[in-house]
Each structure stands twice: as C-alpha cells, then as structure tokens.
Design a protein around this ligand. Structure first.
Ligand code: F6R
Length: 242
C-alpha cells in the first residue's frame, strides 16, 4: 500500500482531487467508484471547483457508488443518491444515465443486488474506487465478519456504524438498520483503490489496518492484498503508526 501523508483534512482533499482529476484525464472512458460520508466531501467540493475552472470534464465518466441505505427513497435527504446529487452530480457535467447507485427503495433487494453486480460487470471494471474507513474497519458497508469474497449484498448495519452516522438523522431510531453494499470481492476487483482517512478518531483503525492481522474481522485489512492501493491520510489519522 502506498501511503501519502498530508498535514490535515484540507491537504488531503486537495491531494485526492489532483489524484482523481489525473485519472479522469488519463482515461478515455473512466469508471469511478464513489463513496459518501464526511471524508470525501472536501474532495467533491474541489472536483466541482476544478470542473468550473475547466480543468476536468465528467462527460465521459461513469460512476458506481459503494452503497445505499435500505428503505430510503431517493428523494430522502439522507439517501446516498440525494447526497451524491447534492455534493457532486448537480454541479458538474456528468450524464445522469452514467451514474449508478444501488437502489435501496425496492421491494426485492436480492434482485436489486444482482442488477447492480451486473451493471458493474457490464462496465468492465472500476478504474478507481474511492473508499473511506469505518471505525470498525468497514469498507463500503462491509461490516466485520463480511466475507472477503462477497458480492453486492444486503447488510445489517453495526450499532457502531449507525451511531457514527446518526449525526445526519433526527434521531438514532431513524437511522436505517440495513444497507446494500458492494461486496469486498467486488471492491477488490477495482483496478486501483484510493483510500481517504482523516482525523485522530480514525488513528486506531489506521493502525489496525496497517499492522493488524489480515482478517475478515477487520475488513479493511483485505486492502493489503490488493496490488494498487493508495491511502491518503492526515497526521491525525497516522498518529498511532510509526
Ligand atoms: C460510504 C461508505 C463508508 C464510509 C465510512 C467512513 O459510502 O461506504 O464505508 O466511507 O463509514 O465514513 P466517514 O467518511 O463519514 O468517516
């Protein structure tokens, strides 16, 4: 794993933006895997800025998001569909028919998971997958215990994950208990992975990721088996590793 150490969150967002812009420019028809949560917000702001300054175009970009809550309508402001439109898609020249997220608002989730896997397969591969790191080591919503060979599937969210995300909801009881996530096997087939980690609260998770045993009990450790992973992390996130 290649580690890029930066001072703080701003520097992380800047580096990540340059990284993603370079990828988009390099490839003819880039396929990006996208993440939600707090960590990529600064990156998305900078991508919008880069687009406005005509440093990048999303015309030929296709995207697949990692995950989506089950049971939320797209128009719900806590859905990841809403997040992506609000934080990126509405502000750049991406074609909305090039954008894919799992749909959590369906009666048959199993069929939705298969549909999503098929879409990714049809796109060939994901060129660059963005990831954040959960405090419990989750990537996407692959919670501890998820199989390293899993494909897109439904998950029961950990209490710790629901608590970490409760800040976006009115109350804990409104935080969905389930989500659809790309599987670890799906994520690991991406050609390249860019992991973003910021802040002291993630320091223990980063230590575990880099120094712990590679195990399904801390899903992110699987990334050490991937040949092309770059982690951009700030001083806070790296504060417990040498
Ligand atoms: C989001 C996702 C999650 C987050 C992780 C970190 O699509 O899949 O794995 O990346 O929970 O979240 P933040 O960035 O809010 O700390």
């Amino acid at each position: 794993m290649h580690i890029i150490r930066v001072k703080d969150y701003d520097a992380l967002s800047e580096k990540a933006c340059n990284y993603v812009v370079n990828q988009i420019r390099k490839l003819d028809k880039p396929v990006l895997g996208l993440a939600t949560g707090s960590t990529p917000e600064g990156l998305y702001e900078r991508l919008i800025d880069a687009y406005r300054k005509e440093k990048v175009t999303f015309k030929n970009v296709k995207t697949f998001n990692l995950d989506e809550y089950a049971g939320l309508e797209k128009k719900n402001s806590n859905s990841y569909y809403f997040y992506m439109k609000d934080k990126l898609f509405n502000h750049v020249d991406i074609e909305m028919n090039h954008v894919q997220l799992p749909n959590g608002d369906v009666s048959d989730i199993e069929i939705e998971c298969s549909r999503y896997e098929k879409k990714i397969r049809e796109a060939g591969h994901i060129d660059l997958q963005l990831l954040g790191l959960g405090l419990n080591g989750h990537i996407g919503f692959n919670e501890p215990g998820s199989s390293f060979s899993s494909r897109t599937h439904i998950v029961e969210l950990d209490v710790s994950t629901r608590e970490a995300n409760a800040r976006f909801f009115d109350s804990m009881k409104n935080v969905p208990t389930q989500a659809i996530t790309m599987g670890i096997g799906t994520i690991m087939e991406s050609k390249e992975i860019l992991l973003l980690v910021s802040g002291k609260k993630k320091a223990e998770a980063v230590k575990q990721l880099l120094e712990g045993e590679i195990s399904e009990s801390f899903p992110a450790t699987v990334l050490r088996n991937h040949e092309k992973v770059t982690m951009i992390a700030d001083e806070g996130a790296l504060s417990l590793v040498a």
